[in-house]
Design a protein around this ligand. Sequence first.
Ligand SMILES: Nc1ncnc2c1ncn2[C@@H]1O[C@H](COP(=O)(O)OP(=O)(O)OP(=O)(O)O)[C@@H](O)[C@H]1O
Length: 236
Amino acid sequence: MTSPLPLLQIETLVAGHGRLDVLNDVSLALAPGELACVLGPPGAGKTTLLMAIAGLVRAKRGSIRFANEEIRRKRPSDILARGIAYVPQNRLLFSNLSVRENLLAGVWREPDRARIEADVTRLFERFPSLKAQATQSAGKLSSGERQRLAIARALMSRPSLLLLDEPSSGLAAPDVDDVFALLAELNSEGTAVVFAEKTTREALRIARHVYVLEQGRITFGGEAKHFGAAGFAQPA
Ligand SMILES: Nc1ncnc2c1ncn2[C@@H]1O[C@H](COP(=O)(O)OP(=O)(O)OP(=O)(O)O)[C@@H](O)[C@H]1O
């Protein structure tokens, strides 16, 4: 049996900030339906990798193919429209806007009001606690609710690939459980999920594949069950 075409294929990617090359010849391939974690110590380049895929960091060389199309030089809005959504580590919500208004901020190019309303209704059904706080300003939410809102906002674009930067950061244990259960659920419904984490503790709970990034290079890529916890220097 031949394996399916990768959903995302990155080849010899070099990307960074200004003159600083953070990623050095990074290559990886994600199958459709993937649930993968990018692990690595602070400063390894995890955020830079996710942002390069989302078009938010300029990729200098190499290739990023998504659904068999080269997206390396595309704008972030074009990449979002193609089905890649990104949830940054600090969640980047509009604190003074309501929960509902933050959801609407996840829509970039959808002119169809009926579809937008249907998506808001669909997401409020999935996140009843957000529905209950629809008119509340995002700045007043708990950190767990803020993370749920950030993910819900990303889902407004109906992504086929959801990227999340340290989704467990700053959350209490029950919220971490909740967020990982949500990611597993979204994945079981067909959304490919890739998230970055600093420690294996969180990452190995749901990830099927693990990629370890150290100093801008992939030093391990494979099934989570084959990943040894001693693979890299982890923060306490
Ligand atoms: N905007 C920027 N301008 C210049 N250098 C940057 C910028 N953002 C990150 N860097 C540098 O790029 C390197 C990789 O950072 P990055 O945030 O991608 O790593 P990370 O693995 O996500 O780290 P962490 O786990 O601490 O979030 C670091 O040396 C960092 O200082």
